[in-house]
Design a binder for this molecule. Structure first.
Ligand SMILES: [Zn+2]
Ligand SMILES: [Zn+2]
Length: 150
């Protein structure tokens, strides 16, 4: 877990002004990977009780645009945020409870899924492939098995 000082350096390194909401939002995203906006607001208020919703939204947008935070949005889910950026990892989402976990790159470096037929992509320079694996997490699949075995 980086220190507040290191978060400030991250912000400066991205040419962002250091503000208390930004540092608090960065901290919350580090502490709660794949958290949604509401959970981040709750976590930020633990450190900064009088922060407004708008300040948290603005900080999330600024940090996402600067590449310090990554936004993921599985279909049917609200946006989630994480601080693990720049490695093009993927996510697995449980269809039942919505829990999200990281999946390392499928094959080698980004974009780790090289399309078979490249003619359609002529002129494009690929840098990322975003994959979401859907299924049931261990808890939910265990629950399903025990339900079907009375
Ligand atoms: Zn689940
Ligand atoms: Zn992730």
């Amino acid at each position: 877990m980086p220190t507040a000082e290191e978060f400030q350096q991250l912000l400066r390194g991205a040419d962002l002004r250091v503000t208390r909401p930004r540092v608090a939002v960065l901290t919350a995203v580090h502490e709660h990977p794949h958290a949604d906006t509401d959970s981040i607001i709750r976590a930020v208020r633990g450190n900064l009780p009088d922060v407004s919703h708008q300040a948290v939204y603005d900080s999330l947008n600024t940090l996402t645009a600067a590449g310090l935070v990554r936004r993921i949005q599985p279909s049917g889910s609200v946006a989630r945020y994480e601080s693990r950026v720049g490695d093009n990892h993927h996510h697995v989402v449980c269809r039942s409870c919505g829990v999200i976990a990281d999946v390392d790159c499928a094959v080698g470096d980004a974009p780790c899924l090289t399309p078979d037929d490249n003619s359609l992509l002529e002129g494009f320079v690929l840098d990322e492939a975003e994959v979401i694996y859907w299924g049931l997490c261990p808890d939910c699949s265990t629950a399903q098995v025990s339900r079907s075995q009375p």
